[in-house]
Design a protein around this ligand. Structure first.
Ligand SMILES: [Zn+2]
Length: 180
């Protein structure tokens, strides 16, 4: 193999604007333009060392958000799998409806408490996520009344309506016996 085959030369035309830009960059790097193109662009690119530059802050922000979303989705899938492993059955539709928005769509302007479920399944009670007041019941009538009391408590004591999560938890909650 001759020298020319082993060391082929490239020739191509470049627009005026880009050529000018390359000349400027090469001058700043104190290199002849051709050398600059080879040493500062082509070689690093072929070595995998040339990292594409992010367009601007917005692009960086978008990438971060996408990454967070992917992380949240993985978290959610892990949780779902863990549930199936633990209980041997897929998560119920209502549990999915409650959990998924919590993990995947944390609302930026809401504080942490609005993403906490007010229902304590272990003790079968409702607990205010803001002041920890407990709402217990002995029978179905009291259960229905306490759900109503809880909503009233939020309005009167905390000056707000039920959060999306609180509302969907209460809507899904059915009487299943007395509180513990
Ligand atoms: Zn409260």
């Amino acid at each position: 193999m001759g020298y020319n085959e082993r060391n082929p030369s490239f020739t191509f035309r470049f627009g005026e604007y880009r050529h000018g830009k390359l000349n400027k960059l090469a001058k700043a790097a104190k290199m002849p333009t051709v050398e600059y193109v080879r040493n500062a662009i082509l070689d690093p690119f072929l070595n995998g060392d040339l990292i594409p530059k992010a367009k601007d802050d917005l692009a960086v922000e978008m990438t971060k958000l996408k990454l967070e979303k992917i992380k949240a989705e993985i978290e959610y899938l892990k949780l779902k799998n863990k549930y199936i492993e633990t209980f041997g059955t897929p998560m119920s539709n209502s549990a999915t409806r409650i959990l998924k928005p919590q993990i995947l769509q944390p609302q930026g302007n809401q504080t942490g408490v609005l993403r906490m479920s007010p229902y304590d399944a272990k003790n079968n009670i409702i607990q205010c996520v803001e002041c920890s007041q407990l709402f217990r019941w002995e029978n179905k009538d009291e259960f229905l009344q306490q759900k109503y009391e809880f909503e009233r408590h939020m309005t009167n004591n905390h000056g707000r309506a039920l959060s999306y999560l609180e509302k969907s938890v209460l809507d899904d909650l059915r009487f299943s016996g007395a509180s513990i």
